[in-house]
Design a protein around this ligand. Structure first.
Ligand code: GLU
Length: 485
């Protein structure tokens, strides 16, 4: 790999499961890296120990794996620029702190939380803009020593230069600029010696040779802070691309509590979505392909994805579209795989035992087979197949109308007789059985099939009748017809 090939990173704070927003950032990183022969790196930003969850690391990686992504460097696969979690990199930051302190671009600040709070309320009382006043900028050596003697531990603040316009060309948003006067001196290292996000991120991105930083728009206002630190250290500044927000169906900002959409990748896994459909859907959250086609494999996405076609306006998360897309993928998926996805849901519902035998599996395969076209995700199999499990049959209005017709009892009686006479109901044997009913009663076509369907499924429409009858089985058919007659 040449030194100037693309190096991109996804840098989650491991606070929980993989969120749809994080998954999108990771996917876009991955697509760019794979298309260019570059490297995709996952780095964990765990310096905020109050929000850190150890399981978060595994959860993030599991989510990405489920989506079908892989990476070149991270905590699990290693790499030349590790370690890949910040709490294991603490020894790497000091050199840059020292450099900044020496050259006067950072200083020690001894203000306590209480001092800062006081300062803030004074500013508020005066009607001034709140923010750190920079009062520790000019401490003398003696003053600093006195504070240290008191046992105060300093934080390190970056000295933000006044009157600077900090500008950059964002690969998504175009020209962006900030006035440095709107940025107070910010903390780079907390009193406990742990770097803050803004500082750690520039050191790591530099040491890991990241040359494109792709992330969510919520980090846009951090970017000028990062740029002035790169500049103070005379380090090359990477390129940036900030992805617009993902809004919920009501076009409002998503909150973690929002239940109108599934926000975590884990939930899609649990409900039996297909990862390739979820990836396809996520790719379209902000990116628009060149033509009309919207259905892409990961390989095709690698080929087609282009940052130039990523929108700077927010994307709207449309759950119906995702369900439509997943259904489209499910229909094209091999039946065995759909069965595999569906089985755990039938088991969880208590419909199928933990260790099904071959004939049960044959039955399940037929069940999934007649529902494959309709299913939006595998968990729906439970609802779609309730008819075959529930004792109580719900008969809808149309079916009730059919059942009140005169010929119905005749047909049903003859059919019940046929069922009693056969050893076993099979899909293949069903046409002959129905033929016998026809011969005996003289009723055929709609009059024959509709009566049986309405009586046994409570509906006039539904999947293949032969398969439905096989799935119901002798006992259920007999019980339902006897009750009805
Ligand atoms: N740790 C940050 C987050 O999870 C990443 C920000 C970045 O990519 O620079 O939001």
């Amino acid at each position: 790999m040449t030194t100037n090939s693309l190096r991109v990173r996804y840098a989650p704070s491991p606070t929980g499961h993989l969120h749809i927003g994080g998954a999108r950032t990771a996917l876009f990183d991955y697509l760019l890296a794979r298309a260019s022969g570059g490297a995709f790196i996952i780095r964990f930003e765990d310096t905020d120990q109050t929000r850190h969850q150890e399981s978060g690391i595994g959860n993030q990686l599991d989510g990405l794996k489920w989506l079908g992504l892989d990476w070149d460097e991270s905590v699990d696969v290693g790499g030349p620029y590790g370690p890949y979690r910040q709490m294991e990199r603490l020894h790497l930051y000091q050199q840059y702190v020292d450099q900044m302190l020496d050259q006067g671009s950072a200083y020690r600040c001894f203000c306590s939380e209480l001092d800062l709070e006081q300062e803030r309320s004074e500013q508020e009382a005066q009607g001034e803009m709140t923010g750190y006043s920079g009062k520790c900028r000019h401490l003398t050596k003696e003053q600093a020593a006195a504070f240290e003697a008191e046992g105060r531990k300093p934080s390190i603040r970056f000295l933000v230069p006044a009157d600077r316009i900090i500008a950059f060309e964002d690969k998504v948003r175009g020209h962006v600029e900030f006035d440095s006067n709107g940025i107070g001196d910010f903390i780079m290292v907390r009193p406990d010696g742990i770097p803050t996000y803004n500082f750690a991120v520039i050191v790591d991105d530099h040491l890991m040779k990241i040359n494109l930083v792709l992330r969510g728009e919520e980090h846009l206002s951090n970017t000028p802070r990062q740029i002035i630190m790169y500049e103070a250290l005379r380090l090359p500044v990477p390129e940036f691309a900030h992805l617009a927000l993902i809004l919920n169906q009501d076009r409002k900002k998503m909150s973690k509590r929002d239940e109108s959409i599934l926000q975590f990748i884990q939930q899609y896994n649990e409900l039996g979505y297909l990862p390739e459909a979820v990836v396809n859907f996520i790719a379209l959250l902000g990116w628009s392909p060149q033509g009309e086609e919207e259905i892409f494999t990961l390989e095709e996405l690698i080929e087609q994805f282009d940052l130039d076609r990523v929108s700077k306006s927010p994307a709207v998360f449309d759950m119906d579209k995702l369900n439509w897309m997943n259904n489209l993928y499910l229909k094209k998926t091999a039946l065995e795989r759909v069965v595999e996805l569906s089985l755990p849901h039938l088991q969880k519902a208590g419909y199928i035992s933990a260790d099904p035998d071959a004939s049960t599996m044959e039955w399940v395969t037929a069940l999934v087979g007649i529902n494959q076209e309709r299913m939006r995700f595998a968990a729906e199999i439970v609802e779609l197949s309730a008819l075959f499990f529930k004792e109580e049959l719900i008969v809808d209005e149309e079916a009730r109308a059919i059942l009140s017709e005169e010929h119905v009892p005749i047909v049903l009686r003859a059919f019940l007789e046929q069922v009693h006479q056969s050893d076993e109901l099979t899909v293949q044997g069903m046409p002959e059985l129905l033929k016998n009913v026809q011969k005996e009663t003289g009723f055929k076509g709609k009059q024959l099939f509709m009566s049986i369907r309405a009586a046994l499924t409570g509906q006039v429409h539904g999947p293949d009748l032969n398969v439905s009858l096989y799935l119901l089985g002798k006992e259920k058919i007999a019980a339902r017809l006897e009750k009805l007659l």
